[in-house]
Design a protein around this ligand. Structure first.
Ligand SMILES: Nc1ncnc2c1ncn2[C@@H]1O[C@H](COP(=O)(O)OP(=O)(O)OP(=O)(O)O)[C@@H](O)[C@H]1O
Ligand SMILES: [Mg+2]
Length: 267
């Protein structure tokens, strides 16, 4: 068993994602507010980076910047050495607000298959591929439903399947499992970890849940608020594949939890 952070440390590759002096302000004039202040972060290729931080510290804003949905007020983002100037299908975001992410008039499978339409893939194959992803998300039974007929947690899983259908190089996830019950959440944590490892996808994963951040991450970055900035960055030296029972009982896991908990309390 090898930790991905060990693997990335031994390669001389440039980082997949490079943020330099990244700042964002909203508003104009006296109401202008600095939301993110001079973020400097590198994410290695294939790294699973967890980001935690208090509500309102700018986590979603940071993800939107990385997706190219908003331009920074200052600083730069490079993805594989190319400046990020707008959205790209290689950088896919799974939104926190799943309610607005799906097309309500398309069946579940057709929402997932949407990503494949512009690639000239025949309908039957699009359907098969969509169903294969729905199966990984435990949703085969509802492929012919419309999003409005699904629970919130199910809609969120459809959104994840659709993101995966794009075969992204960078997966940006904004508290994707917040709406799920504990068992589904754990199953999907393992599914995402497995997919990311298998397909060497670079992941930036935002969560409020400290244990989830450690369980999934090769590294956990904690943001401090007002303005949002990097408070700490900790490598997670836990082997993969991780296990919901043994990993969470591992003394190293508990040590990370104690240290990060103290750090979050200090901020
Ligand atoms: N479009 C916008 N215009 C003005 N201010 C905004 C806009 N979007 C976000 N903000 C402000 O930026 C700050 C950071 O918001 P953001 O959504 O990034 O926080 P967050 O860390 O994701 O919070 P949460 O954990 O609650 O999701 C907040 O103060 C918010 O009010
Ligand atoms: Mg948010």
């Amino acid at each position: 068993m090898q930790s991905r952070s060990d693997a990335s440390a031994t390669t001389a590759k440039p980082p997949a994602l490079r943020m330099r002096n990244l700042s964002l302000s909203y508003g104009v004039g006296p109401s202008r507010k600095l939301i993110l202040d001079a973020i400097d972060l590198d994410v290695a290729e294939g790294e699973f980076l967890s980001i935690i931080g208090p509500s309102g510290c700018g986590k979603t804003t940071l993800l939107r910047l990385l997706a190219g949905l908003v331009p920074p007020s200052a600083g730069e983002i490079f993805f594989h050495e190319q400046p990020v100037t707008g959205p790209s299908r290689s950088r896919v975001i799974v939104f926190q607000d799943y309610g607005r992410a799906l097309l309500p008039w398309r069946k579940v499978w057709a929402n997932v298959a949407l990503a494949l339409e512009s690639r000239g893939i025949a309908r039957a194959e699009r359907r098969d591929r969509a169903y294969a992803l729905l199966e990984r998300m435990g949703l085969t039974a509802v492929g012919d439903y419309f999003p409005g007929q699904l629970s919130g947690g199910m809609q969120q899983r459809v959104q994840i399947a659709r993101a995966l259908a794009l075969e992204p190089q960078l997966l940006l996830m904004d508290e994707p499992f917040g709406a799920l019950d504990a068992m589904t959440r754990q199953a999907l944590q393992d599914e995402i970890a497995r997919l990311a490892l298998e397909q060497q996808i670079t992941v930036v994963f935002i969560t409020h849940d400290l244990e989830e951040a450690i369980y999934l991450g090769d590294r956990v970055v904690a943001l401090a608020a007002n303005p949002g900035r990097v408070a700490s960055s900790s490598e997670v030296d836990l082997p993969r594949p991780r296990n919901q029972l043994t990993t969470r009982e591992d003394p190293r896991f508990l040590a990370h939890r104690h240290r990060l908990f103290g750090l979050l309390m200090d901020h």
